[in-house]
Design a protein. Structure first.
Length: 108
């Protein structure tokens, strides 16, 4: 485990309610192929802090990689609703584009 991951894991342990630390650790887990650990972290963020809009894109993308397209579709849609409620047009656009791409891929 590299020092960055160790530092982030310690921060998560010391600040279990801090979504940013969990999110950053999950991204680091993805970089080293620890998809199950990343999934647990992303899902924990969505459950504990559903307004943390950044989690939806990455969690849905992970679901696609795991061939869980229904979960991915639902996650993109949920993220779009959260982005709309926050008037976050950039994130809404990214999520909408990813959703459209997945829907087209599934129809092909």
């Amino acid at each position: 485990m590299n020092s960055r991951i160790s530092t982030l894991a310690k921060a998560v342990k010391e600040n279990p309610e801090d979504s940013f630390y969990k999110f950053t650790l999950a991204l680091e887990m993805l970089k080293i192929g620890q998809t199950n650990k990343a999934r647990v972290l992303f899902e924990a963020i969505r459950e504990q802090d559903p307004e943390y809009v950044g989690v939806y894109y990455h969690l849905a993308k992970l679901y696609v990689e795991l061939d869980e397209n229904k979960k991915a579709l639902d996650t993109y849609k949920e993220g779009i609703r959260v982005a709309e409620s926050q008037n976050d047009l950039h994130t809404k656009s990214e999520l909408s584009s990813a959703l459209l791409n997945l829907e087209m891929e599934m129809d092909a």
